[in-house]
Write a protein that binds this ligand. Structure first.
Ligand code: SAM
Length: 357
């Protein structure tokens, strides 16, 4: 089933109509959370079919991805991004789908650079050998690469696209050569699938200057058949690694940082754990996601977004968009991970490939 185009939610339309002019003050939601990070999905397409994200049975040859006319143009993305920065956003992550499948992505990056935010991108690394230099030259600050296993069979089974480990490793090396430092390597851990690789992967990235981060397998979307039994809690990841390479906790870089940091006691660098299932961090969540077609989501586990494209293409000015976004943020009360149960996991939610990981 294709994602349906989302109309403006009535309560949002009412809130937007009544939205007070944004007065320039700090923006805070109903739980006192401020707005800091914006993730922008630049495409809903991907060349991988990771079993936990875009299972091939659903995202098959008949799946209808968004048509070109439905997706935000670079100009529209930059216009919205500028509004968000005016409201306090300090960091923008480009994602997807696989963002490097979007044609001419370095041009978008160059267009975002003048906004003076921390500009970063998450990729599966499959085409980094080709693109790393252009991304750096365009002004991208930082890079995150997903790599779930170093074992060939495990990795190919997880990406379900028969994609080899070596090519992603080559991509990471090319990115480092192009000048990206401290690349973050994301590993989603699924019990019985790649958890036997935890210590091997940690060993590989120790002392590399890059930062490995373990992500708890989440119930995003409604196609991955998530079960709590498949989640390896971060505490277990830390225990397994700590037995091989002793670890000590490290300070967060800033309040609301998604990953909890740990450093190797022998000085071989650091790792991070992202525990959205076992240690929900909704309390500090300062993130929003802009979908490929311009809907704004204030929670990764949302069922519906706010259609900003309708405002953009409806001819309103930037001040009106700013007031609408401020009203959405002020009304925000989501905290899905804090109230997750086996039942909520079954509720139909928007897919991560569409909303942006
Ligand atoms: N294609 C890019 C990539 O592979 O990194 C960007 C998009 S992807 C959706 C972003 C991140 O979300 C990846 O690190 C991926 O492993 C993670 N992810 C996707 N589905 C997930 C799930 N069910 N649980 C935890 N992480 C997930």
């Amino acid at each position: 089933m294709p994602q349906k185009v989302i109309s403006i939610r009535p309560e949002f339309r009412a809130a937007a109509a009544k939205a007070p002019r944004y007065d320039g003050g700090a923006l805070s939601d109903t739980r006192g959370r401020s707005m800091r990070d914006l993730r922008i999905s630049v495409t809903d397409r991907c060349n991988f079919r990771c079993v936990y994200c875009m299972p091939r049975e659903v995202f098959d040859a008949n799946y209808k991805f968004l048509p070109h006319a439905a997706i935000l143009s670079f100009e529209e993305i930059v216009r919205l991004a500028r509004v968000f920065v005016g409201l306090g956003v300090k960091k923008i992550r480009l994602t997807g789908g696989e963002p490097l499948l979007r044609k001419d992505l370095p041009r978008l990056i160059a267009m975002l650079v003048p906004l003076d935010v921390d500009l970063t991108l998450t990729t599966n690394g499959s085409t980094l050998v080709k693109h790393a230099r252009a991304l750096k030259d365009a002004g991208l600050d930082r890079l995150t690469v997903s790599l779930d296993s170093l074992d060939e069979d495990t990795f190919r089974a997880m990406n379900d696209a028969d994609f080899p480990v070596e090519k992603v490793l080559d991509g990471i090396a090319a990115a480092a050569d192009a000048g990206f430092a401290q690349i973050k390597i994301n590993m989603v851990v699924k019990r019985g699938v790649n958890d036997h690789q935890i210590v091997d992967v940690a060993r590989h990235w120790r002392d590399s200057g890059h930062i490995l981060r373990f992500i708890e397998y989440m119930d995003v979307g409604s196609t991955n058949g998530w079960r709590m039994d498949d989640v390896i809690p971060s505490a277990e990841v830390l225990r397994r690694i700590g037995e091989a390479f002793p670890l000590a906790p490290a300070e967060a870089n800033y309040a609301g940082e998604v990953a909890e940091r740990w450093r190797y006691k022998d000085g071989a660098g650091e790792i991070g754990v992202i525990s959205s299932v076992t240690q929900a961090f909704c309390r500090d969540c300062n993130r929003m996601r802009l979908s490929t077609e311009g809907s704004l989501y204030t929670c990764l586990f949302a069922q519906q977004g706010h259609d900003l494209k309708a405002l953009l293409r409806g001819g309103v000015d930037d001040d009106a968009i700013r007031d609408a976004v401020a009203a959405i943020w002020r009304a925000r009360d989501d905290r899905y991970s804090e109230i997750r149960t086996a039942e909520t996991a079954k509720v139909r939610k928007v897919e991560m490939s569409y909303i942006g990981g």
